[in-house]
Design a protein around this ligand. Structure first.
Ligand code: ADQ
Length: 457
């Protein structure tokens, strides 16, 4: 079996003591494949140095971790700039927030070229290369120009926008051309894949080769939808144990017989947090029986805090939570508990397990793993209800959820009210279909289906 070379913006390398830094599902899934096949995980070290370009390489078992330092200017232009101020808002349909400063694009291309030049010497002839996410779209093109002939696949973790939105990007054409340097381009959903095909056929003059393959400028690229997932079985076990830990007991004791609604997100404008608070406010307004009874716990640690739009969303969220609490709190009850910090995965699983509702209402999201994690963590006898935005990729799969439109506060409030009133039989039935689905479609199945398609491409 050929070696696997994984490239992503950041690398989840083991910390001292041998455990991996990233406990998240993606790291678990990728590490399983790297351990089985042997290979390299290549990416940014997270360090900024004066010169940049230094490569720190070390082996752990069959895996080589190769981590590259960047300069402060690289960070500003490639990461905070083009990746997070141009592509991220655009791909999440926030044209109003997108900043297409040309300097950012130049930095993005420079860092992709740096990745290519440092990766190339480490490659063997029969390696398979798997590149992740919007930070690294031009990487295959850069590698090809330097003579790389290996099979290269790409997976996009965020949505691919409709052509009408994509064309607002000044370099949309060259970005799509560079995607055609891959053998396989994977998307989260069929909708994303179709949006890419639409652009290639309608805007770029490409043609179909077969149902999943298109040709553009003499290059053929295969496409596929590969909805990412979680380590379902393991997470369910962790949640069962977490149900009786000290922290979960403390949370349960503080809620007493009230209803807990939980939200867990990075503090990102794509996650719909302000609208979510407004929907909860509407629940208290329209259904007064919930006053003194419902508690909304929102966990949202800061993310990308050096990007101005993230400082703004944080201020807006704090104001919204403060306003609702000021309007509705009583001496023995606070409606919203807003925590501006992260928690370990283990603690979160316990929090998911004791809550009556998982509230996941992004305005746009590639997949949203929190929705899947919430389902995996439920108690089969007494499961909570998932209230899920139609704009999350996960909504295509989790049909036992109450699907909502996050722009419609009153509609979300109605769904919350139905979830709170739902019979145990209905909750069990809805949960069971989703859990069985996630057992079959877990992170291992995702990885295997992607790598099989890459091998065939
Ligand atoms: P994210 O936008 O980060 O990921 P999501 O998939 O929900 O969104 O979360 C990733 C992970 O971070 C989850 O495992 C979650 O538990 C964890 N996490 C989130 N908030 C946390 C918190 N407050 N404390 C601790 N952990 C937290 C991007 C795309 C998604 C896509 C993933 C994977 O935007 O659409 O699902 O990549 O492809």
């Amino acid at each position: 079996m050929s070696r696997l070379v994984v490239v992503s913006n950041r690398v989840s390398a083991p910390r001292q003591g041998g455990r991996t830094g990233g406990e998240g599902g993606l790291a678990v899934g990728i590490l399983a494949a790297l351990r089985e096949r042997g290979g390299i995980w290549f990416g940014w070290s997270g360090k900024l140095t004066e010169q940049g370009g230094n490569l720190d390489v070390f082996d752990a078992g069959r895996i080589t971790y190769a981590m590259l330092d960047l300069t402060a200017r690289d960070y500003e232009e490639y990461y905070s700039g083009f990746a997070n101020r141009s592509l991220w808002p655009l791909f999440h349909y926030r044209l109003d927030l997108a900043d297409f400063t040309r300097r950012y694009l130049a930095g993005y291309q420079r860092v992709n070229a740096l990745f290519a030049s440092k990766l190339l010497p480490a490659l063997k002839d029969d390696d398979q290369i798997w590149i992740h996410d919007y930070h690294l779209i031009p990487l295959a093109d850069q590698l090809r120009q330097a003579g790389c002939r290996q099979k290269i696949g790409f997976f996009l973790h965020i949505p691919w926008p409709a052509p009408e939105v994509l064309v607002a990007l000044p370099n949309h054409r060259s970005l799509v051309n560079s995607l055609c340097a891959y053998d396989l381009v994977g998307f989260q959903t069929e909708t994303d894949r179709q949006a890419f095909i639409d652009y290639v056929l309608r805007d770029a003059g490409g043609t179909y080769v077969d149902e999943t393959t298109v040709e553009l400028n003499g290059r053929q690229v295969k496409t596929g939808a590969f909805p990412i997932s979680i380590d379902t079985g393991n997470l369910a076990r962790v949640a069962e144990e977490a149900a009786s830990t000290r922290h979960t007991e403390r949370l349960r004791a503080s809620i007493r017989d009230r209803d807990l609604i939980v939200g867990v997100d990075r503090l990102d404008y794509s996650k719909g947090l302000v609208a979510r608070v407004e929907a909860f406010e509407h629940l208290l307004k329209a259904y007064p029986a919930n006053r003194g009874r419902a508690v909304f716990l929102q966990i949202a640690p800061p993310s990308r805090s050096d990007v101005p739009e993230y400082q703004q969303i944080r201020a807006e969220l704090e104001a919204a939570c403060g306003r609702v609490n000021a309007a509705y709190a009583d001496f023995d009850w606070t409606p919203i508990r807003y925590l501006n910090k992260g928690f370990s995965r283990r603690l979160l699983t316990g929090f998911f397990r004791v809550s009556s509702i998982g509230l996941v209402t992004p305005l746009r999201d590639g997949m949203n793993l929190v929705a899947k994690e919430y389902v995996a963590c439920q108690n089969p006898d007494e499961p909570g209800v998932l209230v899920l935005s139609r704009f999350a990729g996960a909504a295509r799969e989790l049909d036992g959820a109450l699907i909502v439109n996050p722009y419609d506060n009153e509609g979300v409030a109605e769904a919350l009210q139905s979830a709170l009133a739902m019979s145990r039989d209905e909750r069990r039935e809805r949960w069971r279909t989703m859990f069985d689905y996630l057992k079959r479609h877990d992170i291992d199945a995702w990885r295997e289906s992607y790598l099989e398609a890459l091998a065939e491409a």
